[in-house]
Ligand binder design. Structure first.
Ligand SMILES: *Cc1c(COP(=O)(O)O)cnc(C)c1O
Length: 356
């Protein structure tokens, strides 16, 4: 036992449970919402080229990558910050805006990293339950704001339930929050959205200087193992986040690979792959509904089986069928969209579950 003081907020942190990692050859790893395809050739080439130069430090704040992102979104480089995955950036955001005991409003169930980041920042999580169909309850989230609220988080599409905020919901949310409260919209899965009603928080930036949009290279870009995320927002907020962020937080090969991933041809291929994943998602959803499952809408590269107390049993049933999914104890099982063959395996396993 150490006698060193550990902050009480740290001693009581909930554990981040990562998706199970694959152990065998013939296992469908559908537990972490990764793309089932390898990184693109041009991105791999940039990565390996850069690897030979790692005796040198990278650009401290990833300037070339920041500039490429600024060009992509028609903002200034001062409005973009990159970090070691969006999880690191979410921590930096909260470290920059929260004093001890401040409140952060968030939807729940949502991304499990949020409550951990909030607690590490010394703040208090104010969890607003999702609606019965797994959506953000926008009016309730706005109602939860008090003078102690420093930030509000939104996740669209929502991990793990799947639905995304419509343009109208997103506008109502951002407009309903006082300007002194930071709104963070996590759009990690936006590339997979196909419903034209779904909103894009970047379009609201100009009107709302208290808005931050979070995106990542981990999902549609097939670079989860590289750890690159970014935020777009008002330059004063971005500057504050940069000042608390880890120096050299994005490593040298990762910067090179992310820049390569933003080349027009790579972006076009990413879009094609994301569309193929979305098509598979819709096929699986239709198949599951035909089997009698009730599921919330799915706009990301995953879907949600809210089986409650049967969660552990369903996850075990899937595992026995060679499928690694992500159980959330007592709530449900999240399954990522895999290759067509993997998705067929899921459909066979879920049919067998219902026929038990
Ligand atoms: C996967 C995911 C991310 C990505 O995190 P990285 O740290 O960039 O890998 C961000 N937000 C949500 C909601 C996610 O599910």
């Amino acid at each position: 036992m150490t006698s060193v003081h550990i902050r009480s907020a740290v001693q009581t942190l909930p554990a981040y449970v990562p998706g199970a990692r694959s152990t065998g050859e013939d296992v469908a790893k559908l537990s972490s919402n990764e793309l089932p395809y390898p990184p693109q050739q041009s991105v791999l080439a940039a990565l390996t080229d850069a690897a030979g130069g790692v005796n040198r430090y990278p650009e401290m704040t990833g300037d070339a990558l920041v500039e490429a992102l600024a060009r992509r979104y028609s903002v200034t480089p001062a409005q973009v910050v990159v970090g070691n995955g969006s999880v690191a950036l979410i921590q930096h955001i909260l470290d920059a805006v929260c004093d001890e005991g401040d409140d952060v409003v968030l939807p729940w169930r949502s991304f499990e990293a949020y409550p951990i980041c909030i607690a590490v920042a010394g703040a208090r999580a104010v969890k607003v339950p999702l609606t019965a169909d797994g959506r953000h309850d926008v009016p309730a989230m706005i109602d939860a704001i008090t003078p102690r609220t420093r930030a509000l988080l939104a996740c669209t599409p929502n991990n793990p339930t799947g639905p995304a905020l419509t343009s109208a919901e997103l506008a109502a949310l951002v407009e309903g929050v006082p300007e002194r409260v930071l709104v963070v919209v996590d759009e990690a899965y936006l590339d997979f959205v196909t419903d034209p009603e779904v909103g894009d928080a970047l379009t609201l930036l100009e009107e709302h200087p208290n808005l931050l949009v979070s995106r990542t290279f981990s999902k549609a870009h097939a670079l989860a193992g590289l750890r690159v995320g970014y935020l777009v927002g008002e330059s004063g907020i971005i500057s504050a986040i940069r000042s608390v962020a880890t120096p050299f937080g994005v490593n040298l090969p990762a910067q090179a690979a992310a820049i390569a991933a933003l080349e027009p041809e790579a972006l076009a291929k990413t879009a094609r792959r994301a569309a193929a994943v979305a098509t598979e998602r819709d096929r699986v959803l239709a198949g599951l509904r035909e089997q009698g499952w009730q599921l919330p809408d799915a706009e990301g590269n995953f879907y949600w089986l809210a089986v409650g107390e049967q969660t552990a049993a369903l996850a075990e049933h899937l595992r026995a069928a060679g499928i690694l999914a992500r159980p959330f104890a007592g709530e449900g099982v999240r399954i990522s969209v895999g290759t067509p063959a993997e998705n067929d395996r899921v459909l066979a396993a879920t049919a067998a579950w219902r026929a038990r």
